[in-house]
Design a protein around this ligand. Structure first.
Ligand code: PL3
Ligand code: FE2
Ligand code: FE2
Length: 251
């Protein structure tokens, strides 16, 4: 009886080990082939989007600093990180022998970029922070978290470093909005209604290319919603307000 139990235990151990080995194998088997033309073609657009996104994020934090002059030091720090990210992702493209399609990427961001510029001109700080520090950062976090699971080893290492910074950026926007919630809530809701649908559209637009990189659309949406809702909760919005805001993505 005792012996039998032991044998069973050992069998269980053995079979657990096998399952782990099998799943480890399948993880590496599931990585896409980074050398195919179709991978490189999709990468030329996705890589460009990320490079352009990092450049615009840099510019946006510098612009935001003109609206909060006493935070210029902190915002310059964030902006500098974005330039480092841009360099990192440029290296990822170079490593795979891909030329980024920057023209495509500029178009990809143009609507959101335009809305940011209008808000900046009007001095609408809440809208600027929502667009850059909440929506774009949550979008980046979702993309990078999913990408890390299926990236080539070189890009994986770089992206892991980048995504840590993006949480800091999200946090920056979160803390400012939290402190000023009583005066900025209305503008926050309105800006969200206009700009969240743009993020959803951008996600739809990138979904086919992303799937060539083995990045799943549902997973991207899920990761986005986690980062987005989590931030709204930390800002101090209640469940109903968060639901109302998230709903802007589906109408
Ligand atoms: C903020 O610091 C940077 C903003 C960048 C936005 C990136 C959005 C990326 C969507 C494309 C998904 C693929 C990610 C793959 C990474 C090489
Ligand atoms: Fe970044
Ligand atoms: Fe960022």
């Amino acid at each position: 009886m005792h012996n039998e139990l032991k044998i069973n235990d050992m069998q269980t151990l053995e079979s657990n080990k096998k399952t782990i080995e099998e799943s480890n194998n399948s993880i590496s088997l599931n990585l896409p082939d980074f050398t195919t033309d179709s991978y490189k073609d999709a990468y030329s657009r996705i890589n460009a989007i990320v490079i352009e996104g990092e450049q615009e994020a840099h510019d946006n934090y510098i612009s935001i600093a003109t609206l909060i002059p006493n935070e210029i030091e902190e915002l310059t720090k964030l902006a500098r990180m974005e330039m480092k990210h841009k360099k990192g992702f440029t290296a990822c493209g170079r490593n795979l022998g891909v030329e980024a399609d920057m023209e495509f990427a500029k178009k990809f961001f143009s609507k959101l970029h335009g809305n940011f510029q209008i808000a900046l001109e009007k001095g609408n700080l809440t809208t600027c922070l929502l667009i850059q520090a909440i929506l774009i950062e949550a979008f980046a976090i979702s993309a990078y978290n999913v990408y890390i699971r299926v990236a080539d080893p070189f890009a994986k290492k770089i992206t892991e470093g980048v995504v840590k910074d993006e949480y800091l950026h999200l946090n920056y926007g979160q803390e400012w909005l939290k402190e000023n919630l009583s005066t900025c809530k209305e503008e926050l809701m309105e800006a969200n209604k206009v700009n969240l649908p743009l993020i959803k559209k951008m996600l739809d637009e990138v979904a086919d290319d992303a799937s060539v990189l083995a990045m799943d659309r549902e997973e991207l949406m899920e990761e986005f919603m986690i980062a987005y809702q989590d931030t709204l909760m930390e800002i101090g919005l209640d469940n109903r307000e968060i639901a109302r805001m998230a709903m802007a993505a589906i109408v």
